[in-house]
Ligand binder design. Structure first.
Ligand code: NAP
Length: 278
């Protein structure tokens, strides 16, 4: 077990990437606090972890609420005696009408996006770092995206937030390195979560095949792909890695777009019935 005696918080840990992360951290011996806005889903994931022999508790947390973040850290310490890992993963902005560029996005949507993606990480560190120091060190992993490395039209809020997470990760790594606290980010490619499968892909197998063609490894990601990378970054095996943003994206962000465009054009000609995802 690589995380024996560690205590972890996973925001948005009820399902999707955070759900798999909570399960993997527990499998590696960490005690886990699932901090999620959806209490029922958090309890369901916690039951899976307990059934597998893991130590876990849940707390309803809205990461846009500063008081919830403080309570989250206090609860982990009260329940498990210390805090050594914080995975900043929660996001739910797409329901809030954040789509569009600078001329479409509302100030309210901008502020919500910056609160859920950035202020939550700032305040999470403010409350978690003193506890990690008391614990003798720790690891923070911030979930960015390939959208933090490359950009797309119609997504001002998401692209700004996810790229700023990478900047904040570097700053915090410099700041907290001397305290024995490492800070890294992960940039996932397209990860088919339970929610995404149900909402987007269940009735569109051609669409997901089209997506797969965009990846050098010819598949999209699974939550476990990201969870495994998080376990690695939190383990002693990564003790000399800090301040980096690791793409876990099947090679999506390393290929030339002109080659990709030509290949996709061929694919579409060969599969004229494809229902394109966008
Ligand atoms: P998901 O399946 O939608 O799960 C996110 C969880 O976070 C849900 O349980 C959600 O609850 C919860 N949540 C939403 N708002 C919250 C808040 N304010 N406070 C606390 N919890 C909150 O998400 P996911 O696709 O796994 O994404 C996880 C992270 O990976 C996000 O940061 C996302 O930007 C990033 N990411 C995902 C992908 C991908 O392809 N899936 C790719 C790149 C990056 P509700 O169900 O009630 O909203």
């Amino acid at each position: 077990m690589r995380l024996q005696d560690q205590v972890a918080i996973v925001t948005g840990g009820a399902q999707g990437i955070g759900g798999a992360t909570a399960r993997r951290l527990a499998e590696e011996g960490a005690s886990v606090l699932i901090a999620d806005i959806d209490g029922d889903a958090a309890e369901k994931n916690a039951a899976r972890i307990r059934d597998a022999g893991g130590r876990v508790t849940t707390l309803i947390v809205d990461v846009t609420r500063p008081d919830d973040l403080r309570t989250m850290v206090d609860t982990a310490v009260q329940q498990f005696g210390k805090l050594s890992i914080l995975v900043n993963n929660a996001y739910g902005g797409s329901q809030r009408g954040q789509r569009g560029g600078a001329t479409e996005v509302t100030e309210e949507a901008w502020e919500y996006g910056m609160a859920i993606m950035l202020k939550s990480i700032f305040l999470g560190a403010k409350y978690a770092v003193p506890e990690m120091q008391r614990a003798g060190g720790g690891s923070i992993v911030n979930i960015s995206s390939v959208h933090g490395l490359l950009t797309a039209p119609g997504k001002l809020v998401y692209e700004t937030g996810k790229s700023a997470i990478i900047g904040m990760t570097k700053q915090m790594a410099c700041e907290f390195g001397p305290l024995g606290i490492r800070v890294n980010a992960i940039c996932p490619g397209h990860i088919v979560t339970e929610r995404m499968q149900a909402r987007q892909w269940a009735n569109n197998p051609e669409g997901i095949h089209f997506f797969e063609q965009q990846y050098p490894v010819r598949r999209v990601g699974r939550p476990i792909d990201i969870a495994n990378a998080i376990v690695f970054l939190c383990s002693d095996e990564a003790s000399f890695i800090t301040g980096h943003a690791l793409p876990v994206d099947g090679g999506l962000t390393i290929q030339l777009q002109e080659d990709l465009g030509v290949r996709l054009a061929h694919w579409i000609l060969e599969h004229p019935q494809t229902q394109l995802p966008y």
